[in-house]
Design a protein around this ligand. Sequence first.
Ligand code: PEP
Ligand code: MG
Length: 577
Amino acid sequence: MKKLKGVAASRGICIGPAFQFLRTELNTEKIETNDPEAEIIRLDAAIKTAKDQIENIYQKARGESSAADAEIFQAHKMILDDPEMISAIKTRIVDERVNGEFAVAETAKTFAATMAAMDDEYFAARATDIMDVANRLLRVMMNVAESPTEGLQEPSIILADDLTPSDTVLLDKTMVLGFCIAQGSATSHTAILARGLGLPAVAGAGNDVMQIKSGTKMIVDGSNGLVFLDPDAATEQEYKRRKETSQNLQAEALKFAHEHAKTIDGAEFEIVANIGNVEDAKFAVENGAEGVGLLRTEFLYLERNSLPTEEEQYKAYKAIMDVFGDNPVVLRTLDVGGDKEIPYLHLEKEMNPFLGERALRLCLSRPDIFKPQLRAALRAGVGHNLKIMFPMVATLCCVRDAKAVVDECKAELREEGIPFAEDAEIGIMVEIPSAAVIADQLAKEVDFFSIGTNDLSQYTMAADRTNPKVAKFSNAFQPAVLRLIKMVIKAAHEEGKWVGMCGELAGEPLAAPILVGLGLDEFSMSPPFIPLVKQIIRNLKADEMVALAEAVLQLEAPEDIQDFVRKEIPFIGEIAS
Ligand code: PEP
Ligand code: MG
């Protein structure tokens, strides 16, 4: 038996075979060929396979997601049936005597560029479709896996150096037991994804992860950041027992997931979800979410080759809003940069991307990105309870500038006679320490705050959230972070504004009593955590938690704080173990 130590990235235990996901880049270099005929036969076979794949995805999308999503795949099939494009590829192979990959890539670029140049939303979307289809064709030709789960025969534990948000979009969730990742920390995006799915994950387990052979039996203990390879019988037995206990706790909490989170002494808290798409939305409702506290819109911008149009965004946001009816949906405007890259934006490389032109900073300098998103959100909010939230706010000026763009969009929509959510609340994420420090001023400017503890911890502690070596610093239980949270809640309440939290701390069992004591109004978390956090809150007395929070803020280290909560409220210790 071998043991690896990493970072506890997503709670829970899984036992099963390992599966190495190796990413391969698509290489479309020009190679001369003496046998164009053979290239054409290869191309035709790849087209057939790609069409079969699309048909499968289409059938799956029809069953799972909105009609609009499914229609995209119909459009993709039509591209592969388009005689003009296919014969252009073949002509290139024959005339230039080049390999199929080069011909596909170059022809697709030309066709897509022509569409994109038409300056029309419909054709811009077609350009994206052409590039999507071309990439599929290229993957088939090069025998490159489309997703981390392609080729998997049985549910397994995914091993990878790291996963990008795009990899995770393509994951076949039914084939994943959990994750063991060489890089990253508790708030990296792989960790957030794992939590969203309710799957155990260990991150930052080091390069040894890459040496593990597919098929090796493993245990991932996502609660304690431990990984066992070829476990001995006693260890496996113990973990099976723990897994069963935690599954029972979760199943019990799930029975009451739709009841409110009201403490014994009658204080009620709003429990909402962090989501990224319409599937998450449905899953969140099943888990008892009373709305959405964080809609991470960047997922709409991934896995494609150009910006989503206003119309596409409108449809996607509306589909999500429809799931929640009158319940609140906090839509966060685009938060790219840092560890979230979007290649087609061709953003300049920065020395410190987490400290660079990220999120709202980028949106304010790119109205071509910002305005279509705001217009789409405002339109989708009609008849719903939309709240718009800006990420990465550092100054009052940023908020005022962003609000001015919202007003501009509203004026345009009014002028065009297009209905929109007139009264959507406007809020900000408090995730940069400067925003926490001037929370009293910011509270006058907005309707609400949502505390982003993932970034607030990394910026307060000067510790990269993706670097496992400094994971102990970028920990939201650090006293400095908790004290900032207290300041932010107090400043907002003094202005009569509500405060939520959408960073990962909001879903931590050991944090729940502290946050209740500090008077947080709304807790937003990955859907699988909702039932347990509600259950915990229902068993607390809010009055007593005020004193607990005060005591906690005098302690000196995250471990002291967690131990204190475990000791004071033993039933939480059991849940969080
Ligand atoms: C945060 O920073 O706490 C947050 C919720 O946003 P993200 O993790 O997407 O940066
Ligand atoms: Mg953030």
